[in-house]
Ligand binder design. Structure first.
Ligand SMILES: Cc1cc2nc3c(=O)[nH]c(=O)nc-3n(C[C@H](O)[C@H](O)[C@H](O)COP(=O)(O)O)c2cc1C
Length: 302
């Protein structure tokens, strides 16, 4: 099966996209993972100044999913440009940077600084909990669009807006960021969650509420992709959330995604992408599908 897919201005050699924050700086993961099976890999989100992130515990396994409250620990854009950017070629895959900030103006400054770094695109992480409005940027069309418009004006690179399944109307947010200049959307990020250990009576993570990811969130993410695709049939879209197998990748393609993000699966298996691509080829043979693009949006109603 030909795995080549188009995402607005980008052509990807594979529909798999390694999700931000789950493959470290990208360059470190390249040594243990198998990025040759991916169309792109997204670096950990970067803010203007270094962020320490939250104190431990920051990761907590919950059934087959995972709760994280890292708090976007990162080097800050100057540190990133000094330590990660010069090594991007080692990743062996087009790298997208991920932009985060506390204000729309900070997002724009970080985007401008990252533009000449050699990345193939900028993903705008609208799911950061530290916001001007006290809410997640991605919850509300107006705030999400303001951030994307600022980033759009600050860069010549393709811009992707990473949306949240926590938004009450994710399709409205997608429409707003597309109108503000996003070339594609990423649907979506983690789902807010919390856990308490009955033995210690303490929350699983120090921040109490964090991002729930992994297998159990897949139906929530597929629903969000379907909603955005139905409202915006032509908007280039990366689907993701809970992808663990080649069948999960096919599911997101069928729902209408041109590419599929893989995140938490990397914590269980650094070679998850290789396995998924092998499964994709098997699926293609079994269902006589020659090109992965034939699957995009090809779900059948009852
Ligand atoms: C430990 C951890 C750290 C993450 N850090 C980021 C981040 O810095 N920026 C971002 O946009 N998403 C981040 N995410 C979200 C993932 O990129 C992904 O969207 C989410 O986990 C859902 O996909 P999954 O179920 O396949 O993991 C992180 C997720 C995890 C588990």
């Amino acid at each position: 099966m030909d795995l080549t897919t188009r995402l607005g201005p980008l052509t990807l050699r594979s529909p798999l996209v390694a999700a931000s924050g789950t493959v470290g700086s990208v360059v470190d993961f390249a040594a243990v993972g198998a990025f040759e099976h991916y169309g792109a890999a997204v670096a950990k989100s970067v803010s203007e100044a270094p962020w320490e992130g939250r104190p431990p515990p920051r990761l907590y396994p919950v059934g087959t999913g995972m709760l994280n409250g890292i708090g976007i620990q990162n080097l800050g854009v100057a540190g990133w440009l000094e330590t990660v950017a010069p090594r991007l070629a080692e990743a062996g895959v087009p790298v997208w940077a991920s932009v985060v900030g506390r204000t729309a103006a900070e997002f724009a400054r970080v985007a401008a600084a990252l533009t000449p770094s050699g990345v193939a695109a900028l993903e705008v992480n609208l799911s950061c909990p530290n916001l001007e409005s006290g809410l997640m940027f991605a919850l509300e069309p107006g705030t999400a669009a303001e951030v994307v418009a600022g980033v759009r004006a600050a860069t010549t690179l393709p811009v992707g807006a990473k949306l949240s399944p926590n938004a009450p109307d994710v399709a409205a947010v997608a429409a707003a960021v597309a109108a503000a200049g996003a070339d594609f959307v990423v649907v979506g990020n983690t789902v807010w969650g919390a856990a308490i250990d009955p033995e210690t009576r303490r929350p699983g993570i120090s921040g109490v509420v964090g991002g729930y990811s992994g297998g159990p969130i897949k139906p929530i993410a597929v629903r969000a992709v379907l909603e955005v695709r139905r409202a915006l049939p032509d908007l280039p879209l990366v689907g993701g959330g809970g992808v663990r197998s080649g069948a999960d990748v096919v599911e997101f393609l069928l729902a209408g995604a041109q590419a599929v993000a893989v995140g938490t699966a990397h914590f269980a298996d650094t070679r998850a992408g290789r396995r998924m691509v092998r499964d994709l080829h098997r699926y293609g043979r079994r269902h006589r599908v020659d090109r992965v693009t034939e699957l995009v949006g090809a779900w059948r109603p009852w």
